[in-house]
Design a protein around this ligand. Sequence first.
Ligand code: 7PJ
Length: 268
Amino acid sequence: MGILNVTPDSFSDGGEHATLDTAMRHAERMIAEGVDIIDIGGESSRPGSVALPLDQELARVMPLVEALRDCGRPLSIDTYKPEVMRAALAAGADLINDIWGFRMPGAVEAVAAGQAGLCVMHMQRDPQTMQEDPQYEDVVREVADFLTERVAVLQAAGVAPARLSLDPGFGFGKTPDHNLRLLGQLPKLAVDGLPLLVGLSRKSILGAILKGRPPAQRVAASVAAAVCAAERGAFIVRVHDVQESVDALRTWWAIRHESVSIAEQTGG
Ligand code: 7PJ
């Protein structure tokens, strides 16, 4: 899964049109590099970030959904707002990726009907406060319990299990040690055998391991984390650096299967 952010850069003064152009070029590059799913996000959920008004999120996300609907790759929408979910699904989005795990009022109802995939992510507290001294008694058990509860709620609303994927939510209300424990115990989080999605790309846990390295210089660390996640059973890895990740995962896959040809037969 390749990350496509449509959050305007602070150094860009071009407004929505420049943002759309840049995002389209980035999407085309990711497709050329072998991305399987494009994850479109209009609102930053970095620690400390504040919520974006609905109309602005729609104005950022919807033109991209329209422009990329027929690009040949499934479109995922990174949103927790039921109105954005409904609009994106009506416009042909394939997957809703919700950092709130479909806990906002109306979110379950917005996605229950239809066939779209749903990614249920764990977050402790909210993006404004989540990194202020996160606490768990047993992080693996608590994240697994949360995912179990959300799966039950979605299934009770009529969502077929085949539509679901689960995500521990690396960096969302977790210390570096919490993140490493979750990655180490990843198979325990595959509640009901559902596929796991892992997002570690360029995150601060990698900066902590690399003693303060800034995000743009965490590419090799991100690739290592993606391969470790895949080795522990992650079915989808959410990444910024598509080419590097695809190369590494193809190599891992060939080594694991002791064959180059298996990698080719399965598309790597
Ligand atoms: C994640 C996400 C993640 C899922 C973001 C960032 C922050 N969605 N959206 N999992 N992270 N499913 O990329 O640094 O880890 S935004």
